[in-house]
Design a protein around this ligand. Sequence first.
Ligand SMILES: Cc1cc2nc3c(=O)[nH]c(=O)nc-3n(C[C@H](O)[C@H](O)[C@H](O)COP(=O)(O)OP(=O)(O)OC[C@H]3O[C@@H](n4cnc5c(N)ncnc54)[C@H](O)[C@@H]3O)c2cc1C
Length: 370
Amino acid sequence: MSPARRIVICGGGAIGAATAYFLSRRGAEPIVIERHEVAGSASGKSGGFLALDWCRGSPLDGLARRSFALHAELADTLGNPWGYRRLDTYGGYAVAGDGALGPGERPWLSEAVTLTGRLGSPETTAIVDPRAFTRGLMAAAETLGGTLRHGRAIDLVRDQGGGARGVVLEDGEVVEGDAVVIAMGPWSILATRWLPLPAVYGYKGHSLIFRTGEAIAAEALFLEYQEASGEVLTPEIFPRADGTTWVCAVSSTEPLPVDPAQVFPDEGAHDRLEAMCRTISPALATAPITARQACFRPVTDDGLPLIGAVLGVDGAFVATGHSVWGMLNAPATGEAMAELILDGAARQVDVRPFAAGRLRALDPKRLRSA
Ligand SMILES: Cc1cc2nc3c(=O)[nH]c(=O)nc-3n(C[C@H](O)[C@H](O)[C@H](O)COP(=O)(O)OP(=O)(O)OC[C@H]3O[C@@H](n4cnc5c(N)ncnc54)[C@H](O)[C@@H]3O)c2cc1C
């Protein structure tokens, strides 16, 4: 087979955009098919927190370390329109109480919060605005010859030998290519109708974005927070370079809607988040909220991503299932995908632990009609 040049990527999240970027950097022609909007799902709504060594002891360690280095390089090379910045990171706890709360260890934190330790330094932790990052990579790929197409991929085009040679869109149009990459986040489960792929599930999370200006220092926080009901939440608080602060907590097992445009918050989830923010930070209590968000992260049965060729189908590849580290691991995943597709093997990172064939392919009959 001649080397793949025209590669159809299904999904315009961080993983699809990073794959497109690294392919275009190598002179290939990626075509990203996105059914909703680039970064319209978790890749636009996540925390965008990055850590060098928080995956140590796991097969993800090499991918995470390479990605952490690539994030710095990408911000440098592409002018950093996504607010990449290094920061300190702390852990701690807070308990909901009655009455007014005075200032605590930091002027922007209330006395309800106790910080227990430093989890990361500017050498080991950083942050990006995930939407700007994903869109920035997609735009950079387009500058280098990549294409973005709006449309819903609904099937695979196969050659006479059964190999993947493009995708069929909902309107019947065929987008041809030398290879196809499934990067549809949690919606990759729908591609099990076309390809022998393991299941990918969606886990829902809620977040708020506050306009905090200079009121909150460049410090990320991971807390345990006990609500008045006794339930414990694990909020993450990430101040961004653009003067906003992203806060998440309240996960749920609500089912993934078939249409990414139909992801809505669970009833009451944002009220709980807002109440928590008022307790832990006087700065958050008074800051305007600019976004109330919900999104699903893609998760596999063993918690590791799927990165590699689809067994038995020439020209078919998958890159998804990155769970809580999809923003961190997008760059090294994109780089590895470009190497796998163009060179036949990944060189920078050992992606063999992420081979899709390690997990049993889902029987498509188990998918309800959607
Ligand atoms: C609350 C929350 C906080 C998080 N915080 C962090 C963090 O701080 N750091 C970190 O590293 N990670 C974080 N993550 C994880 C990270 O956001 C995800 O792992 C990552 O965004 C997944 O990217 P993706 O490209 O695989 O999927 P997605 O972002 O879901 O993108 C998939 C895309 O595919 C499109 N699509 C679906 N079906 C089709 C189709 N048939 N045809 C064409 N397009 C299709 C969708 O519209 C979507 O745009 C967080 C996740 C959540 C939920």
